[in-house]
Every structure is written in C-alpha cells, then in structure tokens.
Design a protein around this ligand. Structure first.
Ligand code: EPU
Length: 310
C-alpha cells in the first residue's frame, strides 16, 4: 500500500466520475456495526458496473489504496481513520433475480433480503444465513457461515471486477474457499454471486430459519453493537470457550466489553473506541496463548492508521 496522500488531480477525477457518487472524509463509525472508527479519505458509491470499473481502474492506475465496504459488519476501523477510498456497493449492486434453481444476487444486497427472496421463491439452501448480518459480497469474501452451513456449500459462481477494470466470472471449481476465507486475485472486487438452490416447502424453510434465529438470540448478544465473532475458532476448539476459561468474560476497557453472554463477541457499550477494542483483542490473545498455547486468529478485519501518541 502506498502512503495514500491524495493528489488534488485524483480527487478531482474521483469527484467527477460518471455513475459514481463521491463523499469526502466520511467517518466509519456511522458505517460499521461496531459503531467505531475514524474517517476514510473518500466514500465512493458506484451506481452501475461501468462506474465501478472506471473507479477501480483510476484508483489502481494512481496506486491509491481502496477497500470494499460491505455492510461494515465484520470490520474494525482504527480511530485515526484510514487514508484509503472505501467503495460501497449498496446502491448500485443490490439486485436479485431467479433463473430456474439459480439465484443471482448483487454484492451489495443485504443477506436478510437475499434470504427473504429465497423464501418467497421456495428455494432452499441459504437458510444458514438467517441472522448473519452483512452483504452478499462480504459474505462471499469471508466464506461466511456457521456450523449450519457456509457460502462454499451453495455458491455456483462469483462475478468480479479485476484490478484493470475487466470483468470475470469464476465458477465454483475456480473458487478456493476455506474456513472463513475465499482467495481471490489481489484487488479483485466481488460484484455478484450465483447460488444453486433446491425447490422446497416454504413452511419447512421457515421453521429452520426460526430455530436458527432463536439459537442465535439465546447464545449471542444482539442488543449492543458488535462485529459478530471476533476470532476464528481454532482447530478442534472454540474461541468463546477459551476466552471464558482464562477469565475474561465481561472484562471491560473503556466502553468496550468482552460480552458477558458470549466471550467471542466484543460489544460497544456506548462510546467505545477502536483502541479499547484492540486492547481487549490483544489481552484475549495474550492470555489464551499463555494458558493454552493457542493463537487466536482474528476473524474480523482491522484496517486503518494508528494514532500517534494521544
Ligand atoms: N462457549 C463458552 N463460552 C462462551 C461462548 C461459547 O464456553 O462465552 C462454548 C459453548 O458452550 C460451545 C462452544 O463454545 O460449546 C461454541 O459456542 P457457540 O455454539 O456459541 O458457537 P461459536 O463457535 O462460538 C459459531 C460461529 C458464529 C455462529 C455460531 C452459531 C465462528 C467463529 N462463529 O460460533 O458465527 O453464529 O457458531 O451457529 O465460527 C460470526 O462468524 O460472526 C458468527 C457469529
């Protein structure tokens, strides 16, 4: 990544891209489920494919860092913000359509909307996403899932915009999914996905969704802002179990707290800052490593610049 200081010429170019809305110095606290995080240099909202292709091309040509802001549900942005462009696909890429047993969805579509569509169409296979926040694109990149299923099980193909702006369709044989991960070409942007589903009874699907939502509500904090599971489960064990076992459940730094309900969640009790959350992350990693010799790997993505001093 280059330094990210934006040249006035680039700023002008981004401001006037066809089919792209630009907003400057946008605070990420308003765009992440944790409700923390400083500003990005610019938030771009491409309204169509051509707009996104040009934006990606221009940013790559200028070596200016960018990232795709899904629904911000798995993201921790540092308090000092990040000298990068965030690209939101919410406005231009939220379409969904059915073609026989296949559903094609835009990357910006909310998972809850996708599931509602499948239910209306009596198409089964994606029930496991019930209660998972976030967008189709984010879910694909992360291979989002739970023990009830994951994206890799149902994803037939991904549609991408590559670094040079070209389009690509990768079918499932070319999608290297692994645990909470999908390896894609560097700088590729997921713009849509195809899911292969099976016709089923709507009542059956409803029951399954209800029971998944109930289990989630019983076990996880849902009233307070969070980013879901903070750490991946280490092989053969559970991050939540380990963090509870080292006595950190309920521990608080500032307004950030390791959830008293589920130790693999960090909740924002009001005015938490990214550095409070990071301090809890480091504490959990340190204690679990000392007591169990297990390294807890982050599931959430941390981006941004550190504070100098303060
Ligand atoms: N546990 C504890 N203490 C805790 C929390 C959990 O001892 O504070 C123990 C539980 O008793 C259980 C085990 O840890 O034996 C696993 O807990 P749980 O059933 O809650 O599942 P999880 O592995 O922590 C996973 C996903 C969640 C998903 C749930 C439910 C990961 C990292 N997390 O959680 O996904 O909602 O299963 O299906 O795979 C997410 O990824 O953001 C997420 C919320």
């Amino acid at each position: 990544m280059k330094t990210g200081v934006m040249d006035p010429e680039l700023r002008k170019e981004l401001q006037h891209l066809d089919g792209v809305k630009a907003e400057w110095d946008v605070t990420m606290a308003g765009h992440t489920s944790l409700r923390v995080g400083g500003p990005v240099s610019c938030l771009l909202r491409p309204l169509n494919l051509a707009g996104l292709q040009t934006a990606v091309q221009v940013l790559n040509q200028n070596n200016y860092p960018y990232f795709i802001l899904g629904r911000g549900t798995n993201l921790l942005v540092q308090d000092a913000g990040i000298k990068a462009v965030a690209i939101s696909l919410e406005e231009g890429f939220s379409q969904v359509e059915r073609n026989d047993g296949k559903v094609k969805a835009g990357a910006g579509l909310r998972l809850s909307r996708l599931l509602r569509f499948c239910l209306q169409q009596n198409l089964s296979g994606l029930e496991f996403i019930a209660g998972i926040p976030g967008s189709v694109g984010g879910a694909l990149r992360m291979n989002a899932g739970t023990p009830a299923g994951e994206m890799a099980d149902v994803c037939e193909a991904a549609h991408l915009v590559l670094a040079d702006g070209a389009l690509a369709r990768l079918d499932r044989t070319r999608l290297p999914f692994s645990y909470r991960r999908l390896d894609l070409p560097p700088a590729a942007v997921v713009v849509g996905a195809e899911f292969l589903l099976t016709v089923s009874s709507r009542e059956h699907m409803r029951q399954r969704i209800r029971s998944l939502l109930k289990a989630r509500k019983d076990k996880q904090p849902w009233r307070l802002p969070s980013a879901g599971s903070v750490f991946k489960n280490p092989p053969g064990d559970f991050a939540g179990r380990l963090i509870e076992a080292v006595g950190l459940k309920g521990v608080r730094i500032g307004d950030a707290q390791i959830s008293p309900k589920h130790a693999n969640f960090i909740v924002n009790r009001g005015q938490a800052r990214a550095r409070d959350i990071l301090a809890l992350i480091h504490l959990a990693q340190q204690k679990v490593s000392q007591e169990f010799g297990v390294h807890l790997e982050l599931e959430i993505e941390v981006v941004g610049n550190h504070h100098n001093g303060s």
